[in-house]
Design a protein around this ligand. Structure first.
Ligand SMILES: NC(=O)c1ccc[n+]([C@@H]2O[C@H](COP(=O)([O-])OP(=O)(O)OC[C@H]3O[C@@H](n4cnc5c(N)ncnc54)[C@H](OP(=O)(O)O)[C@@H]3O)[C@@H](O)[C@H]2O)c1
Length: 242
């Protein structure tokens, strides 16, 4: 059974990725959509043309992760694409951060993504794709955004080395580094600020564009996917000068 698996499918980039994967890859037998919000996943499920499976799980919960591993062991799918979009941000100074909130972000953005990759890899064969959503924030060192940026630098670094490790198995790995994207992400990340700054609003991309570009870049076996040329240029300069 050929499947594509999308985390963070209930919202934003993950939701758009699920729709695009469903539309584009006719050879898939099933699309698996993962998140905590059952209602949103049910609405998405009805929009998909492929047979699909809703997997309700909290990626930071080790019992949920174990149960998911059990599902894979039982069904033994051929995972053709793993699109990892689940993640959250926190725009706040580190010395003012609630430790539990900081820990949760680290667990979701880094640990859960790593565990998911590890659990899925035994079910991937030559030609499969892993797409991990990092961020252009991985390149910058901005006050009040440091911990989030560090989680995304982790994703970027891990993804790049994983790509090299999996080259022999012909499993292709792409890190996605978008700039600001117009999703509910900011409702959570900006909960301790006065909202998104106007400059960010000005250059915000749509989640659909980001998802499509990421899937195309993974198709071309690209190492990193930038959503726009501007973000590619800004990331390049940030890498060297920030
Ligand atoms: N928006 C931006 O400007 C931007 C820019 C660069 C990178 N990114 C990255 O892009 C990715 C997607 O973000 P988005 O903008 O699409 O945000 P979003 O609309 O808020 O989506 C976040 C997704 O993560 C899932 N999620 C959160 N906590 C979870 C948990 N504990 N267990 C399982 N799923 C969980 C949510 O699903 P449930 O609530 O159903 O669990 C939701 O589907 C994130 O990794 C983010 O860091 C975003």
């Amino acid at each position: 059974m050929n499947v594509a698996l999308i985390t963070g499918a209930s919202s934003g980039i993950g939701l758009e990725a699920a729709l695009e994967i469903d539309h584009r890859f006719t050879s898939l037998d099933e699309v698996w959509i993962i998140g905590r919000n059952e209602e949103k996943l049910r609405i998405l499920s009805k929009r998909l043309r492929h047979n699909n499976r809703i997997i309700i799980m909290d990626l930071t919960d080790s019992d949920d992760m174990d149960a998911f591993e059990g599902v894979l062991k039982e069904l033994k799918p051929n995972i053709r694409m793993l699109f990892q979009s689940a993640g959250e941000g926190l725009h706040q100074r580190f010395d003012e951060m609630n430790r539990a909130e900081a820990k949760n972000m680290l667990r979701l953005n880094c640990e859960a993504l790593t565990n998911m990759t590890s659990i899925c890899l035994p079910y991937m064969k030559a030609g499969s794709r892993i797409i991990q959503i990092a961020s252009s924030a991985a390149y910058v060192h901005i006050p009040s955004f440091g911990l989030y940026s560090a989680t995304k630098a982790f994703v970027l670094s891990f993804t790049k080395s994983l790509r090299k490790e999996l080259k022999k198995r012909k499993i292709y790995v792409t890190a996605v580094c978008p700039g600001p994207v117009d999703t509910p992400f900011f409702e959570k990340s900006e909960r301790y600020t006065n909202g998104v700054i106007p400059l960010k609003k000005l250059i915000m991309n749509s989640p659909r564009n980001v998802a499509i570009k990421a899937i195309c870049d993974a198709g071309f076996k690209r190492k990193v996917s930038y959503d726009t040329p501007l973000i590619a240029i800004l990331s390049f300069f940030a890498k060297w000068f920030m």
